[in-house]
Ligand binder design. Structure first.
Ligand code: G6P
Length: 614
């Protein structure tokens, strides 16, 4: 994996490819490259193990121009990070160039076979085998698109492929098999594009088409043809995207992560706009595709996700079970996909995913579909694969998230799951009108509460600057605060590279107490609520063992501040909303710790924004 961009048209291709690759940098990568069909009729490849800026410099040094090209940012899966292993890969004669996302599971067998047939493979990658298979098919007289179709048939594992061949000038073919990331085709007036991500296409067009598994797009300057897995031409509906290209600008912020944290007050209001009626205490969620009868018949809800989305799913499960009284659980999608879970048509599977393209989450959805479960995607990217696989989608409306570490998406996702839980509860009659109205009216405090937390960021920054010498941190919570603690720890690990553990506070006596010392500070989530006293006991136990405690409490708490070393205050709120509020200071703590440690919070090492392979 990671990012793909391709262009053919009347403009010079390289600046468009480089701009596209830059816009995809946020996905995380280690190498970058382009292959251009030049004006002289040659295929030229420029690539480097390094940043897109370095590729830019290589392009500037060369005098390559051409109107058709493909580009890639690589996040290594097979083979170390070096120039040879980066994409595009080319055929023996250098005439076919390929970029690829995904994993070829039978690559060793294919490489051996190709080598025996006389092909010289120069890299250690799985990808290179594909371009040699295409070359073989083209030598047998097949067109580029047929050669790719035939080659894809030999591969095990999901993938997305974009190819170009010197002897088919002006043409690029893209194909998707399974769920290893999407391909979006951009229909432009004087040319056409393809990319792994809408963002690369948006500066040129908002008329887009997403490929489904098995489909191909064949683009030239003047035409776009779609084909199915049998090679038959098919019609695809052009979608008009309402996302804007400018949203990827940093503005006055030093990092996207900080910008995205700051956007949360406003974004959370967008998640609710048109969906919440504060006067009547009711919700309007027409995007939920299930009938009242189907909702009443649900006998379990399974939420699947990965990373931060898994933590949102955990909060969602608690909300749905507690409001709608349906047994609900959150499952790590990479585990769930290989289980043999009990699901049926009365199961609601909710996939929680920012990108809608996470390979494990999509595989979990495939498994759920095979058992006829009803499916809802709670997702940011409209048109993504998850939205196309689910029966319906609840869009979280956080807006484009560029930083690898997810912030505003989680806040909005949990708010959407909160609204969904109330919606299900209303239909199932499991909440009194009074309780429902109270739960809905609580939502009104979110934008202001988040804004007031952000206005205290200098306090969090000062605490963060004292954390930089620590190598281990413990995040503790109970109930709704447990997934919040897991998320706080994940943020710290992801961007500040400090080992942090999120734990259910009740587990302390079963092992973790052994680790408590002044070397491992505890960040304790102890807002007001039914579990407050239990947390107070845990904190006393940590203090009694010499641990340092930073507590996140509800304003006005007089007990916890008298026990602990430092305090962060949240606005008074219900348990569920306190969990949402607690995310904000923990995001800022991680952000300012990373900055103090001189790490780039937007591009954490070894991580990618969208994980399209398992
Ligand atoms: C990656 C990202 C995380 C994200 C996770 C799930 O690990 O770095 O920020 O939470 O993938 O992604 P999704 O797009 O499915 O929410």
């Amino acid at each position: 994996m990671c990012g793909i961009v391709a262009y053919t048209g009347s403009a010079d291709a390289t600046p468009i490819l480089l701009k596209g690759l830059k816009s995809l940098e946020y996905r995380g990568y280690d190498s970058a490259g382009v292959a251009i069909q030049t004006a002289l009729g040659t295929m030229e490849v420029l690539k480097t193990a390094g940043r897109v800026e370095e590729l830019d410099a290589l392009v500037a040094e060369s005098d390559i121009t051409g109107h058709t090209g493909i580009g890639h940012t690589r996040w290594a899966t097979h083979g170390v990070v070096n120039r040879q292993n980066s994409h595009p890969h080319v055929s023996c004669d250098g005439e076919v160039a390929l970029v690829h996302n995904g994993i070829v599971e039978n690559y060793l067998e294919l490489r051996t076979e190709l080598a025996a047939d006389g092909h010289t493979l120069l890299s250690d990658t799985d990808t290179e085998a594909i371009v040699h298979l295409i070359e073989m098919n083209m030598r047998a007289g097949q067109s580029l698109e047929d050669a790719l179709l035939r080659a894809a048939g030999r591969l095990k594992g999901a993938g997305t492929f974009v190819v170009s061949a010197r002897n088919e000038p002006g043409k690029i073919v893209g194909m998707r098999t399974g769920n290893a990331g999407g391909i979006v085709v951009g229909h432009i007036d004087d040319g056409n594009m393809m990319a792994s991500d809408l963002l690369a296409v948006l500066p040129y067009t908002n008329k887009v088409v997403y490929l489904d598994s098995g489909e191909q797009a064949i683009i030239t300057n003047a035409s776009v043809i779609y084909r199915n897995g049998d090679g038959d031409v098919i019609d695809k509906e052009i979608i008009i995207s309402d996302r804007s290209a400018e949203s990827a600008e940093l503005g006055a912020f030093p990092h996207f992560m900080l910008k995205e944290i700051h956007e949360q007050a406003e974004r959370v209001a967008s998640a609710m706009r048109g969906r919440v009626d504060f006067e009547t205490g009711s919700l309007n969620l027409p995007e939920i595709p299930f009938t009242d009868e189907q909702i009443r018949n649900f006998d379990q809800v399974v939420l699947v996700g990965m990373g931060t989305s898994l933590h949102s799913a955990m909060m969602g499960a608690t909300l749905i079970e507690s409001f709608a009284r349906i047994p609900a659980k959150a499952e790590n999608a990479s585990e769930f996909r290989y289980k043999n879970p009990v699901l049926n048509e009365n199961t609601l599977v909710i996939s929680v995913t920012q990108s809608g393209e996470t390979a494990d989450t999509l595989a979990a959805m495939e498994g759920a579909a095979a058992q006829n479960a009803k499916q809802l995607a709670v997702v940011e990217i409209d048109g993504s694969q998850a939205t196309r696989m689910a029966d319906g989608s609840l869009l979280v409306r956080a807006g484009l998230e560029v930083a690898v570490a997810s912030t505003k998406t989680m806040t909005n996702t949990v708010v959407c799951l909160y609204m969904l839980a109330i919606h299900l509860a209303s239909i199932r009659g499991t909440m009194s009108q009074e309780a429902r109205k109270a739960a809905v009216s609580d939502l009104a405090s979110l934008p202001g509460g988040i804004g007031s937390l952000i206005s205290q960021e200098q306090t969090y920054k000062a605490i963060a600057e004292r954390l930089v010498t620590r190598h281990h941190l413990l995040y503790l919570g109970r109930g709704f605060m447990f997934p919040a603690a897991m998320e706080g720890a994940l943020k710290m690990k992801e961007i500040a590279y400090i080992h942090a553990e999120g734990y259910a506070a009740g587990e302390m006596k079963h092992g973790v107490n052994a680790l408590i010392s002044e070397d491992m500070p505890t960040i304790a989530l102890a807002p007001a609520g039914p579990l407050h006293e239990k947390m107070v006991s845990n904190l006393n136990e940590v203090k009694a063992r010499g641990g340092q405690v930073i507590a996140i409490v509800t304003e006005g708490d007089e007990i916890v501040p008298s026990i602990v070393d430092e305090v962060i205050e949240l606005p008074a709120a219900s348990e569920a909303l306190s969990a949402i509020f607690s995310l904000v200071p923990m995001q800022l703590l991680a952000y300012y710790t990373a900055v103090a440690l001189k790490q780039d919070p937007d591009k954490p090492r070894n991580l990618a924004k969208t994980v399209t392979v398992e």
